[in-house]
Design a protein around this ligand. Structure first.
Ligand code: GLC
Length: 746
């Protein structure tokens, strides 16, 4: 933790190095400059600001055939995505300014999700750290490097709550919980935007995908979402709102419909909630060709109608689809859209460019010297290692088979044992894979210098069923004291357009594990994956399981240092791991129903809400994670057993490190509202604190509960707290802990 703070301070003080420079043009304050500029602009020039095309750096969606270079030459473009590097963005900016009558700079956007070049764990893995400073640091480093490479704007944070691991994009979010997701979202906005957007090492953030994209039916990407407004507002919207309160500069609409209305055409979402209720003053970009997709949604009859519906709903910028460029002027002439709507959208975009300092100096992000100095800076790689170590989740460790000892003979096997490609995960921006990312094999070789102690064999592929490598791996494993199997998914088996109907380990990896099991040696399973997997057999047959997610550029070092005890795993699951895919959606903050199943001891085993063919609990619950040490909780105290609408209750608990390793524990506070005017979840996360405890040390951890924490949308859709009985649970995961009660009175 101290290490993190030092890094954050180091990076934060760098703001001053890149704040407004003497070379900046002296221009008027925004509230004068923008209106004066817009007064000079033609309608065509205003519409151009609402147009974004993709360069050919990275492909992040279907081809459209639009020639972005020609469009820039015609002065038809306000923003470009997927162009990176100082050189490339400078060239495009020069081309733009040469053809822009009023010298309006281009805005360069890019998907910097968990790092630009120095890649951090996938964001689901970062969420597993439950360490907000670590997550902010990750975004801060990402912004430093992206900004140094000419990028002004990142399409992050992705804040979609999801309860369905079949959906590949759970890898990009922060899991199933609204409270944790909201905290993570704010940490990322702060990391990306810093405290001064004018500084040349901060980037505009973009909260996406608005909204409820993670609730796609059956976990199939882009699929239909249908939910009550209550569920939308209580579960899916709070992380978005939290980023507005944190000052996020932009939003991105989602591909999906919600209850019949595509988000990109939803006036309710964009004008009523986002810009109206929440007072959002930034601008809204669509997702990639999402306006065009209003047609196949069956919501718009043609391209002109799609453009009309999107602008009227509150979209400000058209990503890639060319619909605004093609139709807005004619729609205006036909009176189907208004100049006020175009002006409002244009103003919002221009204000963002002003806030970034692009009118002061359109080349402020184009400094080759800085690009060379900043990217892959030692401090950045250290930060990536630090965050990766904090994201590791230990799911099982029978007989303390972990940590390994250097004198042991260890056979490292599995398709990901020497992998440098998948280890940085999906959405890895400009991250280098081969030759740069640290593989597990490389990481282990740094820790274990006696090469006679370790062997490395793939044994099998991730998906390919070839068996010709298995015997060599088994031969080496037979000679070892311990076997470590590094397995999982391809990086592109999660992320966008990567939904799976089975969430088992793919290919014949499990078959290989069964062969290894026959050797009767301890087996440690290390997982690299972008979603919760179904691990029933593995949990019964492996001695230890370490969830490493896709841990990033320094992933091999993080895994090796964790396996050999130089790092004590402290992560907790941000998403439930089901026993099988038939249980999905399964999440901790579910409703009780009228016939709650109490488990094997329930006196009524039939007429209960349960499956008859599987244990109804999750395999690993939300918030779960082990350590190499043990923790004990005691002395749960509430400052009072009643609280009124203006009061608060202090909750304290003692946590002791009762094992043999200094380690961190994530102390979690859950609250249940026993009775409401509408049914309430069996519990909800309302607080957490990651505390470092030396072996033998005990600390008292405190939380404060206020009626604000107890609010929900009541039977009349009013966001309020209702008097009544509440239960408090404090522990190291969502399935157990010390309990107490209190009453909320009027
Ligand atoms: C993609 C993704 C979105 C991304 C955008 C630009 O389709 O849905 O998350 O930011 O296009 O690459």
């Amino acid at each position: 933790m101290k290490h993190n703070t030092a890094l954050l301070l180091l990076l934060a003080c760098s703001f001053s190095l890149y704040a407004q420079k003497s070379s900046d043009k002296k221009i008027k304050p925004r509230n004068e400059f923008i209106p004066e500029l817009m007064a000079k602009m033609t309608i065509d020039e205003k519409i151009s600001q609402l147009v974004q095309y993709t360069a050919d750096g990275t492909v992040t969606g279907p081809k459209t055939g639009i020639n972005y270079i020609e469009e820039i030459k015609k002065g038809n473009v306000g923003s470009i995505l997927n162009a990176t590097s100082v050189k490339y963005t400078r060239e495009l900016q020069e081309l733009n300014l040469k053809n822009s009558r009023l010298k309006i700079p281009l805005l360069f956007g890019y998907d910097v999700i968990h790092g630009y070049k120095t890649i951090f764990p996938i964001t689901l893995g970062e969420a597993a750290s439950w360490d907000l400073k670590a997550v902010e640091l990750s975004a801060r480093v990402a912004a430093e490097e992206a900004a140094a490479a000419g990028v002004h704007w990142t399409f992050a944070p992705m804040v979609d709550i999801s309860r369905d691991p079949r959906w590949g994009r759970v890898s990009e979010g922060s899991g199933e919980d609204t409270y944790l997701g909201s905290k993570m979202a704010v940490a990322r906005v702060r990391g990306f935007q810093g405290n001064d957007l004018m500084a040349a090492n901060t980037v505009l953030a973009c909260t996406k995908h608005f909204a409820a994209y993670g609730a796609a039916e059956a976990g199939r990407d882009y699929n239909t979402v249908d939910m009550s407004e209550r569920v939308l507002r209580e579960t899916y919207l709070p992380p978005f709102k939290a980023t507005v309160d944190a000052g996020v500069g932009t939003f991105m609409t989602s591909f999906n419909e919600i209850s019949g209305v595509p988000a990109t055409g939803s006036k309710f979402l964009l004008r009523d909630v986002l810009k109206g209720e929440w007072g959002f003053n930034g601008f809204v970009v669509t997702d990639y060709t999402a306006i065009n997709e209003l047609i196949p949604h069956g919501f718009a009859k043609d391209s002109a109608n799609a453009g009309e519906l999107a602008l009227r709903a509150g979209v400000d910028m058209d990503m890639v689809g060319g619909i605004f460029m093609k139709n807005l002027k004619k729609l205006l002439q036909e009176g189907k859209v208004t100049e006020a709507q175009i002006n409002d959208a244009c103003r919002r975009v221009l204000e963002a460019k002003y806030d970034l300092g692009l009118f002061h100096d359109p080349y402020r992000y184009n400094n080759e010297k800085r690009e060379k100095e900043v990217i892959y800076k030692k401090e950045h790689l250290e930060a990536a290692l630090d965050v990766a170590k904090k994201s590791m989740v230990l799911l099982k460790n029978d007989n303390n088979v972990l940590p390994l000892r250097k004198e042991q003979k260890v056979a490292f096997v599995g398709p990901l044992v020497n992998d440098e490609w998948n280890i940085i995960g999906s959405w890895a921006a400009s991250g280098d894979r081969y030759g740069y990312a640290v593989s597990v094999q490389e990481g282990v070789n740094k820790v274990v210098t006696d090469k006679g102690k370790v062997t490395f064999d793939k044994g099998v592929e991730i998906v390919d069923p070839r068996r010709d490598m298995m015997q060599a791996a088994l031969d080496n494993a037979r000679k070892a004291d311990v076997i470590v199997a590094v397995m999982g998914e391809f990086e592109n088996m999660s992320g966008e357009a990567a939904s799976r109907t089975s969430i088992d380990l793919p290919g014949i990896q499990k078959e290989f594990l069964a062969e290894l099991k026959k050797l009767n040696k301890p087996i440690v399973l290390v997982l690299m994956n972008g979603r919760p997997l179904t691990l029933n057999w593995e949990n019964e047959n492996m001695d230890a399981i370490l969830e490493a997610w896709f841990p990033g550029t320094m992933g091999g070092d993080a895994i090796a240092q964790t396996l050999y005890g130089m790092n004590v795993p402290s992560g907790k699951l941000p998403m439930t791991f089901p026993r099988n895919v038939g249980q999905v959606p399964i999440y901790y903050n579910h409703k009780n129903t009228g016939r709650p199943y109490l488990g094997p001891t329930d006196p009524e085993q039939k007429y209960k809400s349960r499956y008859i063919d599987v244990d109804n609990s999750p395999l690993f619950p939300f918030g779960y994670g082990l350590s190499y040490t043990t923790f004990s909780y005691s002395n749960l105290k509430l400052s009072s057993k009643t609280v009124n609408m203006n009061g608060s209750i202090k909750v304290s608990v003692d946590v002791a490190n009762t094992g043999n390793y200094d380690a961190a524990e994530v102390v979690q506070l859950y609250i249940q509202d026993n009775v409401g005017s509408v049914t309430r979840p069996v519990k909800e996360l309302k607080g957490f604190e990651k505390v470092m405890l030396k072996k033998g040390e005990k600390k008292t951890v405190e939380f404060t509960i206020t009626p604000e924490d107890l609010k929900f949308y009541n039977i009349d859709m009013q966001f309020t707290a209702e008097p009544g009985d509440f239960e408090v649970t404090v522990g190291g995961n969502s399935a157990s802990g010390l309990q107490d009660k209190f009453v909320l009175v009027k």
